[in-house]
Design a protein around this ligand. Structure first.
Ligand SMILES: O=P(O)(O)OC[C@H]1O[C@H](OP(=O)(O)OP(=O)(O)O)[C@H](O)[C@@H]1O
Ligand SMILES: Nc1ncnc2[nH]cnc12
Length: 171
């Protein structure tokens, strides 16, 4: 299956000069989306996760069906202030300013193996911050996965765990 044929490229979104890789067209094609979920499942199963983690918001679309497919629980990592109850948070640097991600404090038990999913890996900052957040909660991050990797941005260099991606763009 040619997944690239189902990923729409939108020039100058959300800012001039950015080429946006849009999974909306992939989500609208059930056969291609099923293939995507199954292929990600095959790629991350060897990491033997106890739980899957999705990063708000497009990471939820990726991780939640995959968790059902693999028969695993699913955990949300959200932007600050969205999760009820006690949370663990992690603040990281952006090009300008900072951002904060949160997880519910009781979501992962110490030592549990987790795999983190997102739709797309670009600079790797979001994925790296999520891995650090999970480690703050003593989770064992056994790998990460994404549908799309923008390899020219070098995101995987920020990560010290195996990275699975289904399609890669090198420019
Ligand atoms: O590797 P990075 O440079 O950190 O970029 C990748 C992140 O950017 C996008 O999310 P975005 O912040 O646009 O949020 P969304 O999923 O809610 O659209 C994408 O879904 C990843 O989470
Ligand atoms: N070029 C891009 N397309 C879609 N999502 C992104 N997240 C970060 N960079 C992106």
């Amino acid at each position: 299956m040619d997944l690239k044929a189902h990923i729409r490229k939108v020039p100058d979104f959300p800012k001039p000069g950015i080429l946006f890789y849009d999974i909306s067209t992939l989500l609208m094609h059930p056969a291609a989306w099923r293939h995507t979920v199954e292929a990600l499942g095959a790629a991350i199963r060897p990491h033997e996760p106890d739980l899957l983690v999705g990063i708000e918001s497009r990471g939820f679309l990726t991780a939640a069906p995959l968790a059902l497919h693999l028969g695993l629980g699913f955990i949300m990592v959200r932007k600050k202030g969205k999760l009820p109850g006690a949370t663990t948070s992690y603040t990281y640097d952006l090009e300008y300013g900072t951002d904060t991600l949160e997880i519910q404090a009781d979501a992962v038990k110490p030592g549990q193996r987790v795999v983190v999913l997102d739709d797309l890996l670009a600079t790797g900052g979001t994925m790296r911050a999520t891995v650090d957040l999970l480690r703050k909660q003593d989770a064992k991050v056994s790998g990460v996965g994404c549908v799309i990797e923008l390899s020219f941005l070098g995101g995987r260099k920020l990560l010290d765990v195996p990275v699975a991606s289904l399609v890669s763009y090198d420019s």
